[in-house]
Design a protein around this ligand. Structure first.
Ligand SMILES: Nc1ncnc2c1ncn2[C@@H]1O[C@H](COP(=O)(O)OP(=O)(O)O)[C@@H](O)[C@H]1O
Ligand code: SF4
Ligand SMILES: [Mg+2]
Length: 325
């Protein structure tokens, strides 16, 4: 194991997850396959890919909510993949999550204060200390101590998501997992929450795993990016590099799908998208172990349909592709 792996706040090593009863017989295609990446201390890593690519499955496997069929999840070098019951308790306060729909995870019958304090119970802090920490957490997300006495329905969607973040931060975790935290918000609330995450990134030393499908947001927030397609890592590297000079054809397609305010560049990207759409009408047949993007990829050759490309170093980042763009 490399030194980087030992010191990373969170390490995902060759992780595979399959759902369903048939997974035990190896008869279902894994939802995610052979996933490897690190989140360093104080680092913000973005996990991007279209809907169904396996982003939430990775988050669930880290939280112990989905069972890893292969591979490992390490927290500060300690293997937590199959930790359960009493073994999981000390892990939980180090690892906190914020999900897409904050309303669903806040009880309508509890005040915000009771909800946050409940999440602090394992800390063994006294009653007054827990309320003090809950108040500090609310202030760190731009809300007030007085808001602790209010109920979820008294807040807007954006404020509720900030409360979700306050609850995650109150236990001063090392790692915060954010699964599409702004996707359910309107544009102005999105901007507020994204700016809040950027402030926390700059002022605190949390390690963030930020899941999103908007490459622009990921570029703004994250130092590193992991691009997923159908449960496989297609490209990993510095966010600035991967989102401006992508080398995997799938990442190129993701970048081309993002709207930009330059009409000439927008037209070029539209042409590139049409070429992929035309390809989908006459896809190459893919063997079970071919590249998952081969049916849509403008660079695909028969090799791609037969052999899954391994991640390898290309132009300063890791790319899984036989014919990088
Ligand atoms: N509980 C589940 N049972 C069976 N299949 C699931 C379950 N959750 C997710 N999947 C499947 O796993 C794949 C990845 O899903 P998910 O991780 O939710 O993707 P994303 O978060 O990127 O949209 C999808 O094909 C989805 O249908
Ligand atoms: S391996 Fe082949 S099909 Fe897959 S992304 Fe690269 S060129 Fe396209
Ligand atoms: Mg998801």
């Amino acid at each position: 194991m490399s030194e980087a792996t030992q010191t990373a706040a969170l390490s995902i090593r060759n992780l595979s997850v399959s759902y369903g009863a048939r997974r035990l017989m190896g008869k279902t295609r894994p939802a995610v396959q052979n996933i490897t990446f690190d989140v360093g201390h104080g680092e913000t890593v973005g996990l991007v890919g279209e809907s169904g690519s396996g982003k939430s499955t990775i988050v669930k496997a880290i939280l112990g909510l989905a069972r890893a069929s292969e591979g490992n999840v390490l927290l500060n070098g300690t293997d937590i993949t199959h930790a359960a019951g009493r073994d999981r308790r000390p892990i939980v306060s180090q690892l906190r999550a914020v999900f897409q729909d904050p309303f669903a995870s806040l009880s309508p019958f509890q005040t915000i204060g009771d909800t946050i304090v409940e999440a602090l119970r394992d800390s063994k802090a006294g009653h007054a200390a827990m309320w003090e920490r809950a108040g500090d957490a609310m202030e760190s997300v731009g809300l007030t101590r007085a808001d602790l006495r209010r109920y979820p329905h008294q807040f807007s969607g954006g404020q509720r998501q900030r409360i979700g973040i306050a609850r995650a931060l109150a236990s001063t975790p090392q790692i915060v997992l954010m699964d599409e935290p702004v996707s359910a918000l309107d544009l102005s609330a999105q901007a507020h929450v994204i700016n809040l995450i950027a402030d926390l990134r700059d002022t605190q030393r949390y390690a963030f795993l930020f899941v999103g499908h908007d490459l622009g947001v990921v570029r703004f927030l994250c130092q590193q990016v992991v691009v997923l397609y159908r449960g496989m890592v297609m490209e990993v590297g510095k966010a600035e590099l991967v989102t401006t000079r992508p080398r995997n054809p799938y990442t190129v397609a993701l970048v081309n799908a993002a709207p930009i305010p330059d009409p000439l560049e927008q037209a070029r990207r539209r042409t590139a998208r049409l070429s992929i759409a035309a390809r989908e009408k006459s896809p190459l047949p893919i063997a079970g172990n071919g590249c998952p993007f081969a049916a849509r990829c403008p660079n695909a050759t028969p090799l791609c349909t037969q052999t899954r490309p391994a991640l390898r170093e290309v132009d300063g980042r890791q790319v899984a592709c036989h014919h990088p763009a």
